[in-house]
Write a protein of this length. Structure first.
Length: 256
């Protein structure tokens, strides 16, 4: 007797289920790609917003110093000198300490002691924490300096008056921001013109994109772009050159 084996064909998948599976996989991939793009956009947006907030904080600090400098000028008839000198002609007190009371920053600094006395160093660190650029990662150094040279708004121990700013107070730089200055707040030292040029050409002044913030002699704050001819930037510092320049060529009131 022979036994016949019953042949059963394999089950056939539902024809309608295959397109549904493809559609599901397509939608899942689309969703995952969308989520990845949203994550990237959120990260970029958060970084952009954080940079704008930090730039705004620095502009506020400079504007605050601008008010203090203008109040000093009203009371003394001139801007402060970059530094005062002792009986031997050595730099003694920085402009930063001279204007501190006009910025409501009356700290523990004792002018009777050397600026680098331990008691004054503690006061300098406290001042730096309260008035510093958010993108300046240095410790204990000021973020705001003058560029000192003959014919500039700051000329060493010689104080300039409003009348000396013949190029216009809105066209002349008074202070700049700088990252990693290496200059303690109370030290009577700022940048020379050559030091500024070296940092400017290396694009290493401020901690912000494409340039640095500058306080003008009228108290306004501008963002000065990198990449300009230093000879033109010098004209933005000179106070009495009687130079007709368009400061908008290298700077703007807008944040970077």
């Amino acid at each position: 007797m022979t036994h016949e084996t019953q042949f059963e064909p394999p089950p056939v998948a539902d024809a309608a289920a295959q397109p549904r599976a493809k559609i599901f996989r397509f939608r899942l991939r689309t969703l995952l790609i969308g989520l990845a793009l949203v994550s990237v956009l959120l990260a970029v947006g958060t970084t952009w917003l954080r940079n704008i907030q930090r730039a705004s904080a620095c502009r506020t600090n400079l504007a605050r110093l601008g008010v203090a400098l203008l109040n000093y000028e009203l009371n003394h008839g001139s801007y402060p000198p970059a530094w005062t000198t002792d009986a031997q002609g050595r730099p003694e007190t920085s402009w930063r300490e001279l204007v501190a009371p006009y910025a409501n920053e009356i700290g523990a600094y004792d002018p009777r002691l050397p600026w680098d006395a331990p008691e004054n160093q503690a006061a300098a660190r406290a001042m730096t924490r309260r008035l510093t650029c958010a993108d300046d990662t240095s410790t204990g150094a000021t973020s705001y300096v003058a560029v000192v040279a003959d014919g500039f708004a700051f000329q060493g121990s010689r104080a300039s008056t409003i009348r000396d700013i013949q190029d216009g107070t809105s066209n002349t730089i008074l202070l700049i921001e700088i990252a990693d200055s290496g200059i303690p707040w109370h030290e009577p030292r700022d940048l020379t013109w050559q030091e500024f040029v070296d940092r400017y050409t290396r694009r290493s002044l401020g901690g912000h994109a494409n340039g640095f913030h500058a306080l003008m002699c009228d108290g306004s704050v501008r963002h000065v772009r990198y990449g300009e001819d230093p000879a033109f930037i010098r004209k933005m510092f000179t106070a009495g050159g009687v130079e007709l320049i368009d400061v908008n060529r290298a700077s703007s009131y807008k944040a970077p």
